[in-house]
Design a protein around this ligand. Structure first.
Ligand code: ADP
Ligand code: MG
Length: 372
């Protein structure tokens, strides 16, 4: 599905009210009954049926007839609209440019947004209300061109490619007639990515600087001076990059985390320093995960295989979970809840205490299982 950035400007205030009503209704209804949409939108001037029809024509909502009643569902288009509207109120996204990445579970675009200073983002601001910047209505803020920078906007789109396999593997919703709520799961995925990016960035790991998250969207630093490892055909010193990557896997694990998708697509190499930058975090797990050893060793193996095939580089030296990861024991000694230990910090525990809770992690893991 494509992002229709132009459509963003062309919905009326009343249509927006109706769209918001469908979103609100979705919290408790897989298909939001038309009567509930009417009640929630509470439009005194009437015309609700027309607005519903217009939104459906614009593909922001879609009509679904179930056995008991007719109703509507928000589409990815509608969800994109709501997220971008919120991000634009905060001036995080003032315009959408080219698409730079099409992954399995996300689309990535270059966007323009208000320049964020190093410490203006994340933790402090993430709790602010939509439309407010430092307690002031965003509308009042005038930004000039010098205040604008490029960022990357990642739109999470779970279910696009994996729907069938999830369906056939297991009935996620315990109801044969209903499908998983992909919009909800995409939001969880974005929340997880943002929470991890915040913590990793705070602890100096080489990841894009997180800027903002709304619904299924994450705005982050644009890595425009780096290229995906996949596209690099020749390097002068493969051994150096190889050990930088292995050091990164080990350091992450000793801070309590395993990436689980540590490969040439999710590593970008800085053009100047030739150092790696890691992206794509929705599948990360804690070193205490029951399959931690398997995931850790698989990440290592991924890099070994890539270096062998691409650069003809083979090293006998490579890390192993049981030998090189000491954070698990330390966590256990501290009863598993010590964020900071004598050996360092446990970022998995810090994230678990953030806005991305353990319960959310459990919900998301049910679908992530099928991607691994
Ligand atoms: P997916 O889950 O779809 O794999 P990714 O986060 O890996 O999503 O992003 C897909 C692609 O988009 C990446 O392989 C990379 O080429 C590009 N990309 C992602 N984030 C950035 C960024 N911050 N700066 C530049 N390019 C990015
Ligand atoms: Mg990726």
């Amino acid at each position: 599905m494509r992002l229709d950035a132009k459509g963003i400007r062309y919905i009326t205030v009343d249509e927006f009210r109706v769209l918001t009503a469908v979103e609100t209704g979705s919290r408790n209804h897989e298909i939001v009954p038309t009567s509930l949409i009417k009640r929630l939108a509470n439009l005194h001037g009437g015309g609700i049926n027309k607005f519903i029809g217009d939104l459906a024509r614009k593909n922001l909502i879609t009509k679904v007839a179930n056995s008991k009643y007719d109703g509507y569902k928000l589409t990815y288009g509608g969800y994109d609209y709501l997220a971008l509207k919120s991000l634009s109120k905060k001036n995080c996204v003032v315009s959408v440019g080219n698409q730079i990445g099409v992954g399995k579970e996300a689309d990535v675009y270059v966007v323009m947004g208000k320049t964020q200073s190093q410490n203006e983002n994340s933790d402090e601001n993430s709790g602010s209300k939509p439309g407010m910047i430092h307690g002031r209505r965003a509308k009042e803020e005038v930004i000039d061109n010098e205040d604008i920078s490029e960022y990357a906007l990642k739109i999470h789109r779970l279910g696009r490619t994996s729907f069938r396999s999830v369906k056939s593997n297991r009935d996620y919703t315990n109801n044969k007639n209903s499908s998983p709520s992909w919009l909800y799961l995409s939001r969880l995925s974005a929340q997880k990515e943002f929470a991890f990016m915040q913590v990793l960035s705070r602890f100096g790991f080489p990841v894009p600087r997180p800027i903002e998250q709304n619904r299924h969207c994450v705005v982050m630093e644009l890595l425009d001076n780096a290229i995906p490892l996949k596209q690099i055909n020749k390097i002068e010193n493969p051994g150096r990059l190889y050990s930088d990557l292995m050091d990164l896997i080990v350091k992450l694990a000793n801070y309590g985390l395993i990436h689980c998708d540590f490969n040439e697509f999710n590593l970008l190499i800085d053009n100047n320093t030739l150092k790696p930058i890691l992206i794509d975090f929705p599948q990360m797990v804690s070193v205490t995960h029951k399959n931690a050893e398997f995931y850790f060793n698989r990440d290592v193996e991924c890099i070994r295989t890539f270096f062998r095939k691409k650069f003809n580089y083979v090293s006998l030296v490579y890390p192993m979970f049981t030998k090189d990861v000491t954070s698990v024991d330390v966590g256990a000694k501290n009863g598993g809840d010590g964020e900071s230990t004598s050996a360092g910090y446990r970022l998995d525990l810090i994230v678990a205490n953030s806005s991305f809770t353990h319960k959310m992690e459990k919900e998301l893991e049910q679908v992530n299982i099928f991607y691994k």
